[in-house]
Unconditional design. Structure first.
Length: 193
């Protein structure tokens, strides 16, 4: 009788270890990842800019997405607005006071799965020396076992949030230039080669 008890316990332990497999690492693809932001300018227009130059990784648990995590950074000076004078102003002491090496970072602190391919990712956003908790409304666009060009596992996500500039010490000209900034994130990540 003991061998049967042992075999059953071993099978349960094996099943538990399979059910709780560790999340897998996906490195961000900087060529296909960006943060686009928009804000209202004096009621006359909507101004758009973007950040690029991503570094970071997603720890993705396909069986239990709430057990996943993400950590991302990008250079402040990677900001592009389409007008050099505006970018210089954003890097001045009126806003970021940026120097080479200054980064915007996001590290997840929790994930609430809200649907088959949706979740709210909560995390710490650090920008301009200030860290605040933010929620990202996130959609997993696709997961493939083999990217058609890279030939390795790949995932893609879109996320949105709204930030308040004054929360991060970037409130110059608010509220005339909108204090609220709409943020759209789109990124791809692949398993390391």
């Amino acid at each position: 009788m003991r061998p049967t008890v042992f075999s059953t316990a071993a099978a349960l332990a094996l099943a538990a270890s399979v059910a709780h497999a560790a999340p897998e690492t996906y490195d961000l693809d900087p060529a296909h990842s960006q943060v686009v932001f928009t804000y209202n300018h004096l009621g006359f227009s909507t101004t758009t800019g973007m950040f690029s130059g991503f570094e970071g990784a997603i720890q993705f648990d396909e069986d239990d997405p709430a057990n996943s995590s993400v950590s991302v950074s990008m250079p402040v000076m990677s900001m592009f607005t389409g007008w050099e004078a505006r970018e210089e102003h954003f890097m001045s002491d009126d806003f970021f006071g940026a120097e080479a090496g200054d980064m915007v970072t996001f590290t997840s602190t929790g994930i609430e799965v809200t649907g088959e391919n949706t979740a709210i990712i909560t995390g710490d956003l650090t920008m301009n020396g200030v860290t605040k908790s933010v929620d990202l409304d996130t959609v997993m666009n696709q997961k493939a076992n083999a990217h058609p060009m890279e030939n390795r596992p790949w995932v893609g996500f879109d996320a949105t949030t709204t930030l308040t500039r004054t929360d991060f010490g970037l409130g110059k000209f608010a509220p005339y230039v909108s204090d609220e900034v709409q943020v759209e994130i789109s990124l791809e990540a692949g398993k390391p080669e």
